[in-house]
Design a protein around this ligand. Structure first.
Ligand SMILES: Cc1cc2nc3c(=O)[nH]c(=O)nc-3n(C[C@H](O)[C@H](O)[C@H](O)COP(=O)(O)OP(=O)(O)OC[C@H]3O[C@@H](n4cnc5c(N)ncnc54)[C@H](O)[C@@H]3O)c2cc1C
Ligand SMILES: *[C@@H]1O[C@H](CO)[C@@H](O)[C@H](O)[C@H]1NC(C)=O
Ligand SMILES: *[C@@H]1O[C@H](CO)[C@@H](O)[C@H](O)[C@H]1NC(C)=O
Ligand SMILES: *[C@@H]1O[C@H](CO)[C@@H](O)[C@H](O)[C@H]1NC(C)=O
Length: 534
């Protein structure tokens, strides 16, 4: 996602206090849930203090504060009957047991960044509750063993902070934005600045604790390798509720180097981007250069700006050498280079306000909060210059589009497609994310969706095919949705193969084994195969 300090200042938004369309709250369901949860959680904290129903004055802020896409807090969007905010692992078990008993659906939320709001609203469920685990965010770092146990409600920024607090030479490869819930983020893969060197967040998980559909807590040994495989990239909320991840820390040098170089169309942006596509996935694994593209105004002419954000695991001397050998056309000079420690680079590459101290990471704040629609593609052959020009034309038609290109290659290509459910590996030059943001609320939605669909159509010849791949963490309902809890394998394959390629079949098999009744379901959850019961 877009984590450039340069471009997103205009996106700071004050939460619009919108009216809640009153959820059909049946007090008896709520009372029954509280009674049940009290019985099933072996802790003495009163459950009622952790439950917010529409009559509680803080219901709206508890529901909306973690919601990153403002499209899904509009009055017309379905709201949960109540929100349960567990304070203990046992509360999460109780949430599963009791909602199952009462026949009520749950939505699971960690950080609230879901692109289609799946963690706090629903298209097909008329009655549901939200289980928001944002309070469960302990982080236990063991530097000697190069690992950490992280509770799923923590943000990736909090994880980075707690690692950096103990060591300057350890890190964790995950997203560049620092407000992502580690619970949802790792379930889809997770890439940022270190994936060319170390792979995805999901590639660096060594154990987990989850609550399964029967309300049991299982670790890696107890859940078995199939389920452990499925939760590391198979998408959120299909297999259980992640309580904890045990992550592997990776080594980083004490000094890393970052730089930013911007080129407009007038400065030869098109040729340079064509060249970037030929080298970005092949350069030294210590170097990652992503490109952020958006319209900008240069002396009152609207043009396209391409911003190259570089991250290098080493000092500026060596960086300049590597760039000189592989991509001299970019024209990076010593003046452009900033040497930092790793956590400094996290702040540099995030979209947090520039100059904010690292303590900002503990505030769990997403500085990106707006109305948006996004899509993703994977590019395997350089997009020709003439086609890039067509893309510029489309970008110039739209109010506030943003494109982010992140190169893969390196470690990403050395991991086989079936190692985890995330299949977009060898042969991928870069992931192409595009998004349009707006501020005029619901009335802008159809227009902006129309524009992004046009760009998706335009890109067809230039991106992956059969299937046209997409990144599950950039959830996109345009690819297809489950219509209800009975969606068939065939229907779900339409979007499932795009996210997971052939891994989709194994995900369905695991789902059928661990959750045959489809308790954990949503608009793009993995469906189980029908099980014939005698
Ligand atoms: C501003 C922004 C920046 C981003 N930057 C990056 C980036 O740099 N790299 C990258 O790879 N991705 C990035 N993403 C995408 C991000 O990885 C996904 O949106 C991710 O799913 C967010 O997780 P969450 O916990 O914050 O979201 P949530 O909305 O809480 O959850 C997302 C999904 O996971 C499920 N889920 C949540 N918690 C759990 C749990 N504990 N157990 C089981 N299922 C759960 C939810 O039900 C939902 O289906 C970005 C997204 C945004 C909005
Ligand atoms: C919400 O209101 C109910 C009474 O309607 C109360 O019992 C409960 O404690 C309130 N929740 C919170 C979190 O304060
Ligand atoms: C460019 O200028 C126009 C007209 O002044 C303005 O509406 C628009 O927001 C500006 N765009 C950017 C990206 O700054
Ligand atoms: C799903 O299928 C079952 C069994 O065929 C049926 O009882 C149920 O009503 C169906 N549910 C929906 C939402 O269609």
């Amino acid at each position: 996602m877009f984590c450039s300090k340069s471009s997103l200042a205009f996106l700071f938004m004050v939460l619009l206090q919108s009216e809640i369309s009153l959820a059909i709250s049946t007090d008896s369901t709520l009372d029954k849930f509280i009674t049940c949860a009290q019985v099933h959680s072996s802790v003495t904290i009163p459950i009622s203090k952790t439950i917010f129903n529409p009559k509680n004055s803080s219901y709206t802020s508890v529901l909306q504060n973690p919601a990153v896409n403002l499209r899904f807090i509009e009055p017309s969007v379905r709201k949960p009957e109540f929100i349960f905010t567990p304070l203990h692992d046992a509360h999460v078990q109780a949430a599963v047991i009791c909602s199952k008993q009462l026949g009520i659906q749950i939505r699971i939320r960690s950080g609230g960044h879901d692109y289609e709001g799946v963690s706090y609203t629903s298209v097909f469920e008329t009655r549901f509750i939200v289980v928001d685990i944002g309070n469960l965010r302990s982080i236990i770092v063991d530097i000697e063993k190069s690992s950490a146990w992280v509770q799923a409600g923590a943000t990736n920024g909090e994880v980075y902070y707690r690692i950096a607090e103990k060591s300057k030479i350890h890190a964790y490869p995950a997203g560049a934005c620092t407000s992502l819930g580690i619970g949802g983020h790792i379930t889809g893969g997770g890439y940022g600045s270190l994936h060319r060197k170390y792979g995805l967040a999901a590639d660096n998980v060594i154990d987990a604790r989850i609550v399964d559909a029967n309300g049991r807590i299982l670790d890696r040994e107890a859940m078995g390798e199939d389920l452990f495989w499925a939760i590391r990239g198979g998408g959120g909320a299909s297999f259980g509720i992640i309580l904890w991840w045990k992550i592997k820390l990776v080594p980083v040098p004490e000094t890393v180097t970052v730089f930013t170089v911007t080129k407009t169309l007038e400065e030869g942006a098109t040729k340079l981007l064509y060249r970037w596509q030929q080298v970005a996935d092949k350069v030294d694994e210590d170097l990652l250069i992503r490109v952020l593209i958006s319209p900008s105004n240069v002396s009152s002419t609207r043009t396209i700006s391409t911003t190259y954000d570089g991250f290098f695991l080493g000092n500026s001397d060596r960086l300049l050498q590597v760039i000189q050998e592989s991509f001299p056309e970019l024209g990076v000079t010593r003046k452009d280079c900033v040497e930092l420690d790793w956590i400094g680079s996290v702040m540099y590459l995030s979209n947090n306000p520039s100059g904010t101290s690292v303590e900002f990471l503990l505030q769990r704040k997403s500085v990106f909060r707006t109305y948006f629609k996004a899509k993703s593609d994977f590019v395997r052959d350089p997009i020709p210059e003439a086609a890039l020009e067509g893309i510029w034309k489309l970008l110039l038609e739209e109010d506030s589009p943003v494109v982010l290109l992140s190169p893969y290659g390196g470690k990403m290509s050395k991991i086989s497609e079936s190692e985890t459910p995330f299949p977009h590996r060898s042969g991928t030059i870069f992931i192409f994310e595009y998004m349009t943001v707006w501020t005029d609320g619901e009335k802008g939605t159809e227009k902006h969706k129309g524009w992004i669909r046009k760009l998706y159509g335009y890109l067809t010849p230039y991106v992956s095919k059969f299937p046209r791949e997409a990144y599950v963490n950039y959830r996109d309902f345009d690819l297809g949705v489950n219509k209800n809890s009975n969606t068939s394998y065939i229907e779900a394959s339409v979007w499932g193969k795009k996210y997971f390629k052939n891994n989709f079949d194994r995900l369905v098999k695991v789902k059928t084994e661990v959750d045959p009744d489809n308790f954990f379901r949503h608009e793009q959850s993995i469906p189980p195969l029908p099980v014939w019961k005698n």
